[in-house]
Design a protein around this ligand. Structure first.
Ligand code: ADP
Ligand code: MG
Length: 618
C-alpha cells in the first residue's frame, strides 16, 4: 500500500447493517463495499473451509443458519442470564452459551471443530471488514476511528464496543452516540444559519434498536438534551411478528409446524423481511417460498393493514418513548423545529403517519439518507479529532448525556443517585455520605446504573471500599463519593474521607465483569491470523468478480444477433449463449468459489468467446 497520511474513519456499527465513511476533499464520502453497496450486513458466517464477513456471510445465512452469526449488538456487554438475552436466544438459529462470569458466547462449527466466540470478537470481525472496505478505497492503512453506539447503551455495552475496536486493531478515538451523529449529519451544512437555537428530534428506528433524542443545535454547538429508547425494538421485531403470523398459518392450513426447522424459518424470515420492505410502496404483497418444508411450496399474501395491525403495539411504543423523551427534556412537542428520520425502519408508512399525527405536519425531515446519516456524523467527528477537517468541521462542538442514572446503594438498598440521567458528559459529580454505625472504620459502596429506586434492581457495575476512617459516632465521618464520566461515557469512581488523605478508587475496568487484558490480547492475536484468511477470501472474490464481469460483457455482445449471424452460424451462436448461461447459473449457486474454479471457468469461456470477439472487432 502507498504511504499516505491515514485519515480517521467513522463507523456505524449497526445491529443488522454497518456503514463506513471518511472525510475527504472537504466532504464526507460514504464508502461502498466490494459489492458496490453503501451498507454492509453485520454478519459473520463460519464454514468447513473459511469465514465470511458481510455480504457473503449474509448470503450464506439461508444455507447455513446455525453457523451464521448476526445481531450480536444485542449481546454485547450483556450477561447471559439477562432476560433480553434469554429471549433473543429463542429467536436465533445459532446457539449461545454461558461463558465465564455469566458472559454469553456464540457457538459455531468452524472447519469441522466447535468454536466459541465472545460478542466482542464477532463485532471486531465486522469492524475489521469495515476497516478493510475503507483501506481498499483509500489505498492506505487505517488506524483511527470513531465508532457509534445507541444512546441507550450502558457502561458495559460501551466498554465492550471499545474492546471490539481494540481487538480489530483500531484506535477508537471516540465512542459516539448514534443520534448525535445523525443530528450532526443533518445540521452540519447549516451550522452557519443556526444563530438561533434549534430543537432537532432524532428518531432512529433500525434493525435491532430504537433511539430517540432531543438535540439542541446552535451555531456549531450540538448538545443532546435527552434520550430515550429501547435496545430491543426494531425491524427484526417487525419481521418476527410477520414470521409468527405465517408459522401459525402453516399450522392451521397445512398442519405443519416449522418452528424447530431453522433453515425453513430462516428462508421464511427472509421472505417476510422483503414483504415488509415492499409494503412501504404497495398496500398488498405476496410471499412465496418454494420447497419451504417437507415439499410444501409456501405462498400467501400480506396487506399493509395486516402488517400495521401485527405491529400495532410496537409502533405505539415508539410514540410512547418519543413522548417520554420530550417529557424528560421538559420540551413541548410544538417547540420541536425538525424531526430527523434515521434507520431503515423509519421508512415504514405507519410509523411516519403516527409521527406526523404526534408532531403535526411538515416537521418530518426525510432528506438525509436514513441508512448513512450515522456514519456521516461519525466521519465528521473523526476528522475533527484527528485534526484533518476544515473550518466547518472544527466549529462542531458535541456534548452527549448519560443515558442512565448512576449512583451507589445505601444500607436500605435505596439508589442514591450521584449523576442523574441525561446529565451532559464529560462530567464530574460529588455526593457526600457518612457512616450508619458508631466507630465504623470502613464503608463499602456498590455502584449501579439504572432508574429503579431499589438499588439492587439496577445494573451492578462494581464495588469499592473506603477504609481508614477514624472511629467516631455514626453520622459524623464525611465521605465524598466522586463520579467522573469521560467523553466516551465511561465511568471512574472514587471515594475520599474528608480531613484525611484516604482515597479509594474504583475504575470499572474490564476485569470487573467483562474481558480481561489477557483475553483481549489473545483475541488480537487470533484476529491477525484471520487477516491472512481474509486475504485468501479476497482473492476468491476477485476471481469470481472477473468471471462475472466477463460473462456479463459477453452476454451484452451476444445481444447483437444481426452482426453475430453474419459471422457465425446459428448453432454456434446458440452454443456460446448456452455456455454463458451455464456460467451465470454457476455464479448464482456459488457464492464464493475457489480461485481455481473461477479461473478455469473463465478460461473455458474465453476459449469459445475470444475467436468471435476477434472476428467482431475486424
Ligand atoms: P441498524 O442500524 O439497527 O443495523 P438499519 O438502520 O440499517 O439498522 O436498518 C435495518 C432495518 O431496516 C432492517 O430491519 C430492515 O429490514 C429495515 N428496513 C430497511 N429498509 C426498509 C423499508 N423500506 N421498509 C421497512 N423496513 C426497512
Ligand atoms: Mg443504526
Amino acid at each position: 500500500m502507498t504511504k499516505k497520511a491515514a485519515p480517521a474513519i467513522g463507523i456505524d456499527l449497526g445491529t443488522t447493517y454497518s456503514c463506513v465513511a471518511v472525510w475527504e476533499h472537504d466532504h464526507v464520502e460514504i464508502i461502498t463495499n466490494d459489492q458496490g453497496n453503501r451498507t454492509t450486513p453485520s454478519y459473520v458466517s463460519f464454514t468447513m473451509e473459511e469465514r465470511f464477513v458481510g455480504e457473503s456471510a449474509f448470503n450464506n445465512a439461508a444455507m447455513d443458519p446455525i453457523n451464521t452469526i448476526y445481531g450480536v449488538k444485542r449481546l454485547i456487554g450483556r450477561h447471559f442470564s439477562d432476560t433480553s438475552v434469554r429471549e433473543d436466544i429463542t429467536l436465533w438459529p445459532f446457539s449461545v452459551v454461558a461463558g465465564a462470569n455469566d458472559r454469553p458466547k456464540v457457538v459455531v462449527n468452524y472447519k469441522g471443530e466447535e468454536k466459541q466466540f465472545f460478542p466482542e470478537e464477532i463485532s471486531s470481525m465486522v469492524l475489521i471488514k469495515m476497516k478493510q472496505i475503507a483501506e481498499t478505497y483509500l489505498g492506505c492503512t487505517v488506524k483511527d476511528a470513531v465508532v457509534t453506539v445507541p444512546a441507550y447503551f450502558n457502561d458495559s455495552q460501551r466498554r465492550a464496543t471499545k474492546d471490539a475496536g481494540v481487538i480489530a486493531g483500531l484506535n477508537v478515538k471516540r465512542i459516539m452516540d448514534e443520534p448525535t451523529a445523525a443530528a450532526l449529519a443533518y445540521g452540519f451544512h447549516k451550522i452557519k444559519d443556526y444563530s438561533k437555537p434549534q430543537n432537532v428530534f432524532v428518531f432512529d428506528l433500525g434493525g435491532g434498536t430504537f433511539d430517540v433524542s432531543l438535540v439542541n443545535v446552535c451555531g456549531g454547538h450540538f448538545e443532546v438534551k435527552a434520550t430515550a429508547g429501547d435496545t430491543h425494538l426494531g425491524g427484526e421485531d417487525f419481521d418476527n411478528r410477520i414470521l409468527n403470523y405465517f408459522v401459525e398459518e402453516l399450522k392451521r392450513k397445512n398442519n405443519k409446524d416449522i418452528k424447530d426447522n431453522s433453515r425453513a424459518l430462516r428462508r421464511l424470515r427472509g421472505a417476510c423481511e422483503r414483504a415488509k420492505r415492499s409494503l412501504c410502496t404497495t398496500t398488498m404483497t405476496t410471499i412465496q417460498v418454494d420447497c419451504l418444508y417437507e415439499g410444501i411450496d409456501f405462498s400467501s399474501t400480506l396487506s399493509r393493514t395486516r402488517f400495521d395491525e401485527l405491529n400495532k403495539d410496537l409502533f405505539a411504543k415508539c410514540i410512547e418513548l418519543t413522548d417520554q423523551c420530550l417529557k424528560d427534556a421538559k420540551v413541548h412537542k410544538n417547540d420541536i423545529d425538525i424531526v430527523v428520520l434515521v434507520g431503515g425502519s423509519s421508512r415504514i408508512p405507519k410509523v411516519q403517519q403516527l409521527l406526523e399525527e404526534y408532531f403535526g405536519d411538515r416537521k418530518l425531515h426525510r432528506n438525509i439518507n436514513q441508512d448513512e446519516a450515522v456514519a456521516y456524523g461519525a466521519a465528521v467527528l473523526a476528522a475533527q479529532l484527528s485534526g484533518q477537517g476544515n473550518d466547518v468541521v472544527n466549529k462542531v462542538v458535541l456534548s452527549d448525556v448519560t443515558p442512565l442514572s448512576l449512583g451507589v446503594d445505601t444500607i436500605e438498598d435505596v439508589m442514591a443517585i450521584v449523576v442523574a440521567r441525561n446529565t451532559s458528559v464529560p462530567t464530574k459529580k460529588v455526593r457526600n455520605f457518612t457512616t450508619v454505625k458508631d466507630d465504623q472504620t470502613s464503608v463499602t459502596f456498590n455502584v449501579y446504573e439504572g432508574e429503579r429506586l431499589q438499588a439492587s434492581k439496577n445494573h451492578f457495575l462494581g464495588t469499592f471500599e473506603v477504609s481508614g476512617l477514624s472511629p467516631a459516632p455514626r453520622g459524623v465521618p464525611s465521605i465524598d463519593v466522586c463520579f467522573e464520566i469521560d467523553a466516551d461515557g465511561i465511568l471512574n469512581v472514587s471515594g475520599t474521607v474528608r480531613g484525611s488523605d484516604q482515597t479509594s478508587k474504583l475504575t470499572i475496568t474490564n476485569e470487573e465483569s467483562w474481558l480481561r487484558k489477557e483475553e483481549i490480547d489473545k483475541m488480537i492475536e487470533e484476529a491477525k491470523k484471520y487477516k491472512a484468511e481474509d486475504e485468501k477470501h479476497k482473492r476468491k472474490v476477485d476471481a469470481r468478480r472477473e468471471l462475472d464481469d466477463y460473462a456479463y460483457e459477453m452476454s451484452k455482445i451476444m445481444r447483437n444477433q444481426e452482426l453475430l449471424l453474419s459471422l457465425i452460424s446459428e448453432g454456434e451462436t446458440q452454443k456460446i449463449e448456452d455456455e454463458i448461461c451455464d456460467v451465470i447459473k454457476w455464479l448464482d449457486l456459488n457464492n464464493v468459489p475457489s480461485v481455481e474454479a473461477s479461473n478455469s471457468k473463465l478460461l473455458g469461456l474465453k476459449k469459445i468467446c475470444e475467436p468471435i470477439v476477434a472476428k467482431m472487432k475486424n
